[in-house]
Design a protein around this ligand. Sequence first.
Ligand code: SAM
Length: 208
Amino acid sequence: MEIILKYFPQLTERQKEQFAALYDLYTDWNSKINVISRKDITNLYEHHVLHSLGIAKVINFRPGTEVMDLGTGGGFPGIPLAILFPDVQFHLVDSIGKKVKVATEVAQAIGLENVTTRHCRAEEETRKFDFVVSRAVMPLADLIKIIRKNIKKEQQNALPNGLICLKGGELSHEILPVKHKSMLHELKNDFQEEYFDTKKVVYVTING
Ligand SMILES: C[S@@+](CC[C@H](N)C(=O)[O-])C[C@H]1O[C@@H](n2cnc3c(N)ncnc32)[C@H](O)[C@@H]1O
Protein backbone atom coordinates (compact mmCIF):
# COMPACT_ATOMS: atom_id res chain seq x y z
CA MET A 1 0.00 0.00 0.00
CA GLU A 2 2.91 2.41 0.77
CA ILE A 3 3.99 2.07 -2.83
CA ILE A 4 0.70 3.63 -3.98
CA LEU A 5 1.22 6.62 -1.67
CA LYS A 6 4.81 6.93 -2.87
CA TYR A 7 3.64 7.71 -6.40
CA PHE A 8 0.18 9.11 -5.65
CA PRO A 9 0.70 11.18 -2.47
CA GLN A 10 -2.41 13.33 -2.92
CA LEU A 11 -4.98 10.62 -2.19
CA THR A 12 -7.98 11.47 0.00
CA GLU A 13 -8.65 9.50 3.18
CA ARG A 14 -11.45 7.67 1.37
CA GLN A 15 -9.16 6.69 -1.49
CA LYS A 16 -6.49 5.49 0.98
CA GLU A 17 -9.08 3.34 2.74
CA GLN A 18 -10.31 1.92 -0.55
CA PHE A 19 -6.80 1.03 -1.75
CA ALA A 20 -5.92 -0.44 1.64
CA ALA A 21 -9.03 -2.65 1.60
CA LEU A 22 -8.00 -4.29 -1.67
CA TYR A 23 -5.42 -6.58 -0.11
CA ASP A 24 -7.80 -8.57 2.09
CA LEU A 25 -10.53 -8.53 -0.55
CA TYR A 26 -8.33 -9.89 -3.33
CA THR A 27 -6.59 -12.39 -1.05
CA ASP A 28 -9.96 -13.74 -0.03
CA TRP A 29 -11.56 -13.76 -3.49
CA ASN A 30 -8.45 -15.10 -5.15
CA SER A 31 -8.48 -18.16 -2.91
CA LYS A 32 -11.95 -18.98 -4.33
CA ILE A 33 -11.70 -17.69 -7.89
CA ASN A 34 -8.30 -17.30 -9.51
CA VAL A 35 -7.94 -13.77 -10.88
CA ILE A 36 -4.28 -13.17 -9.98
CA SER A 37 -1.56 -15.78 -10.12
CA ARG A 38 -1.47 -17.23 -6.57
CA LYS A 39 2.21 -16.56 -6.06
CA ASP A 40 1.77 -12.96 -7.20
CA ILE A 41 -0.86 -11.95 -4.64
CA THR A 42 1.84 -10.63 -2.27
CA ASN A 43 2.82 -8.26 -5.09
CA LEU A 44 -0.76 -7.02 -5.45
CA TYR A 45 0.05 -3.34 -4.95
CA GLU A 46 3.17 -3.19 -7.15
CA HIS A 47 2.29 -5.58 -9.97
CA HIS A 48 -1.44 -5.03 -10.22
CA VAL A 49 -2.64 -1.84 -8.50
CA LEU A 50 0.30 0.46 -9.31
CA HIS A 51 0.63 -1.05 -12.79
CA SER A 52 -3.05 -0.25 -13.44
CA LEU A 53 -2.49 3.32 -12.24
CA GLY A 54 0.24 3.69 -14.87
CA ILE A 55 -2.60 4.79 -17.16
CA ALA A 56 -2.97 7.90 -14.97
CA LYS A 57 0.59 8.87 -15.95
CA VAL A 58 -0.64 9.23 -19.53
CA ILE A 59 -4.03 10.84 -19.00
CA ASN A 60 -5.85 12.70 -16.26
CA PHE A 61 -9.43 11.75 -17.16
CA ARG A 62 -11.83 14.72 -16.88
CA PRO A 63 -14.87 14.33 -14.62
CA GLY A 64 -17.75 12.78 -16.56
CA THR A 65 -15.49 10.73 -18.82
CA GLU A 66 -16.74 7.21 -19.59
CA VAL A 67 -14.25 4.37 -19.82
CA MET A 68 -14.65 0.68 -20.67
CA ASP A 69 -12.17 -1.87 -19.29
CA LEU A 70 -12.06 -4.68 -21.85
CA GLY A 71 -11.18 -8.07 -20.34
CA THR A 72 -11.06 -6.70 -16.82
CA GLY A 73 -10.66 -10.14 -15.16
CA GLY A 74 -10.87 -9.44 -11.42
CA GLY A 75 -10.89 -5.68 -12.08
CA PHE A 76 -7.56 -4.57 -13.58
CA PRO A 77 -6.99 -1.84 -14.52
CA GLY A 78 -10.62 -0.77 -13.91
CA ILE A 79 -10.88 -0.96 -10.11
CA PRO A 80 -7.66 0.95 -9.21
CA LEU A 81 -8.55 3.60 -11.82
CA ALA A 82 -12.09 3.91 -10.47
CA ILE A 83 -10.66 4.59 -7.00
CA LEU A 84 -8.25 7.20 -8.37
CA PHE A 85 -10.89 8.90 -10.57
CA PRO A 86 -14.12 8.90 -8.53
CA ASP A 87 -15.85 11.30 -10.97
CA VAL A 88 -15.21 9.10 -14.00
CA GLN A 89 -17.51 6.20 -14.96
CA PHE A 90 -15.93 2.78 -15.50
CA HIS A 91 -17.65 -0.13 -17.24
CA LEU A 92 -15.82 -3.41 -16.62
CA VAL A 93 -16.40 -6.19 -19.16
CA ASP A 94 -15.18 -9.77 -19.22
CA SER A 95 -16.31 -12.93 -20.99
CA ILE A 96 -15.76 -15.11 -17.90
CA GLY A 97 -18.66 -14.75 -15.47
CA LYS A 98 -16.86 -15.74 -12.28
CA LYS A 99 -14.12 -13.16 -12.89
CA VAL A 100 -16.75 -10.46 -13.39
CA LYS A 101 -18.22 -11.58 -10.07
CA VAL A 102 -14.92 -10.84 -8.31
CA ALA A 103 -14.68 -7.38 -9.89
CA THR A 104 -18.32 -6.67 -8.98
CA GLU A 105 -17.94 -7.84 -5.38
CA VAL A 106 -14.72 -5.88 -4.83
CA ALA A 107 -16.24 -2.68 -6.27
CA GLN A 108 -19.29 -3.10 -4.05
CA ALA A 109 -17.27 -3.89 -0.92
CA ILE A 110 -15.31 -0.64 -1.16
CA GLY A 111 -18.37 1.42 -2.12
CA LEU A 112 -17.37 2.35 -5.66
CA GLU A 113 -20.41 4.03 -7.19
CA ASN A 114 -18.69 4.81 -10.48
CA VAL A 115 -18.31 1.17 -11.57
CA THR A 116 -20.66 -1.02 -13.59
CA THR A 117 -19.77 -4.54 -14.70
CA ARG A 118 -21.01 -6.81 -17.45
CA HIS A 119 -20.45 -10.45 -18.26
CA CYS A 120 -20.15 -10.53 -22.04
CA ARG A 121 -17.67 -10.67 -24.86
CA ALA A 122 -16.49 -7.18 -25.77
CA GLU A 123 -17.64 -7.91 -29.33
CA GLU A 124 -21.23 -7.83 -27.96
CA GLU A 125 -20.91 -4.57 -26.04
CA THR A 126 -22.46 -1.73 -28.07
CA ARG A 127 -22.25 1.16 -25.56
CA LYS A 128 -19.97 4.05 -26.45
CA PHE A 129 -17.16 5.44 -24.33
CA ASP A 130 -14.49 8.13 -24.44
CA PHE A 131 -11.75 5.56 -23.84
CA VAL A 132 -11.23 1.83 -23.68
CA VAL A 133 -8.52 0.59 -21.32
CA SER A 134 -7.11 -2.93 -21.25
CA ARG A 135 -4.34 -5.02 -19.72
CA ALA A 136 -3.05 -8.38 -20.90
CA VAL A 137 -6.04 -9.31 -23.06
CA MET A 138 -5.15 -9.57 -26.75
CA PRO A 139 -2.86 -8.15 -29.45
CA LEU A 140 -3.27 -4.47 -30.25
CA ALA A 141 -4.68 -5.04 -33.75
CA ASP A 142 -7.45 -7.31 -32.39
CA LEU A 143 -8.30 -4.84 -29.63
CA ILE A 144 -8.59 -1.99 -32.13
CA LYS A 145 -10.86 -4.04 -34.38
CA ILE A 146 -13.23 -4.83 -31.50
CA ILE A 147 -13.41 -1.41 -29.86
CA ARG A 148 -13.74 0.84 -32.91
CA LYS A 149 -17.56 0.65 -32.53
CA ASN A 150 -17.34 1.66 -28.84
CA ILE A 151 -15.54 5.02 -29.16
CA LYS A 152 -17.59 8.24 -29.01
CA LYS A 153 -17.06 10.94 -31.63
CA GLU A 154 -17.36 13.86 -29.16
CA GLN A 155 -14.17 14.65 -27.27
CA GLN A 156 -13.95 15.91 -23.69
CA ASN A 157 -10.35 15.17 -22.69
CA ALA A 158 -6.91 16.59 -23.45
CA LEU A 159 -6.15 13.42 -25.44
CA PRO A 160 -8.46 12.47 -28.32
CA ASN A 161 -10.71 9.48 -27.57
CA GLY A 162 -9.15 6.08 -28.07
CA LEU A 163 -7.55 2.98 -26.65
CA ILE A 164 -5.11 2.96 -23.73
CA CYS A 165 -3.52 -0.36 -22.89
CA LEU A 166 -0.87 -1.70 -20.59
CA LYS A 167 1.69 -3.81 -22.37
CA GLY A 168 5.04 -5.38 -21.63
CA GLY A 169 8.04 -6.39 -23.66
CA GLU A 170 8.89 -5.83 -27.27
CA LEU A 171 6.14 -3.86 -28.96
CA SER A 172 7.60 -2.33 -32.10
CA HIS A 173 6.09 -5.06 -34.28
CA GLU A 174 2.61 -4.80 -32.73
CA ILE A 175 2.58 -1.04 -32.95
CA LEU A 176 3.85 -0.70 -36.49
CA PRO A 177 0.45 -0.67 -38.29
CA VAL A 178 -0.87 2.13 -36.03
CA LYS A 179 2.38 3.95 -35.39
CA HIS A 180 1.17 7.26 -36.81
CA LYS A 181 -1.85 7.25 -34.48
CA SER A 182 -0.18 6.00 -31.33
CA MET A 183 2.01 7.03 -28.44
CA LEU A 184 4.26 4.77 -26.39
CA HIS A 185 4.88 5.71 -22.76
CA GLU A 186 7.57 3.92 -20.75
CA LEU A 187 6.53 3.34 -17.15
CA LYS A 188 10.15 2.99 -16.05
CA ASN A 189 10.26 6.79 -16.21
CA ASP A 190 7.51 7.03 -13.61
CA PHE A 191 7.99 4.02 -11.34
CA GLN A 192 11.51 3.06 -10.26
CA GLU A 193 10.83 -0.58 -9.29
CA GLU A 194 12.46 -3.14 -11.59
CA TYR A 195 9.06 -4.62 -12.49
CA PHE A 196 8.35 -1.53 -14.60
CA ASP A 197 11.59 -1.67 -16.60
CA THR A 198 9.79 -3.22 -19.59
CA LYS A 199 6.25 -1.99 -18.95
CA LYS A 200 4.60 0.45 -21.29
CA VAL A 201 1.35 2.29 -21.78
CA VAL A 202 0.21 2.31 -25.38
CA TYR A 203 -2.27 4.95 -26.49
CA VAL A 204 -3.97 4.74 -29.88
CA THR A 205 -6.30 7.42 -31.27
CA ILE A 206 -9.50 5.93 -32.64
CA ASN A 207 -11.43 8.01 -35.13
CA GLY A 208 -15.10 7.60 -34.22
C1 SAM B 1 -4.99 -12.46 -18.80
S1 SAM B 1 -6.56 -11.96 -18.31
C2 SAM B 1 -6.26 -10.30 -17.78
C3 SAM B 1 -7.30 -9.80 -16.81
C4 SAM B 1 -7.09 -8.37 -16.30
N1 SAM B 1 -7.16 -7.40 -17.38
C5 SAM B 1 -5.76 -8.27 -15.59
O1 SAM B 1 -4.87 -7.61 -16.11
O2 SAM B 1 -5.64 -8.81 -14.47
C6 SAM B 1 -7.44 -11.72 -19.85
C7 SAM B 1 -8.93 -11.54 -19.67
O3 SAM B 1 -9.52 -11.11 -20.88
C8 SAM B 1 -10.78 -11.72 -21.00
N2 SAM B 1 -11.15 -11.68 -22.43
C9 SAM B 1 -10.45 -12.21 -23.48
N3 SAM B 1 -11.10 -11.98 -24.64
C10 SAM B 1 -12.21 -11.27 -24.32
C11 SAM B 1 -13.30 -10.73 -25.09
N4 SAM B 1 -13.35 -10.87 -26.41
N5 SAM B 1 -14.27 -10.06 -24.43
C12 SAM B 1 -14.23 -9.91 -23.10
N6 SAM B 1 -13.25 -10.41 -22.32
C13 SAM B 1 -12.25 -11.08 -22.92
C14 SAM B 1 -10.57 -13.11 -20.42
O4 SAM B 1 -11.77 -13.69 -20.01
C15 SAM B 1 -9.63 -12.82 -19.25
O5 SAM B 1 -10.34 -12.61 -18.05
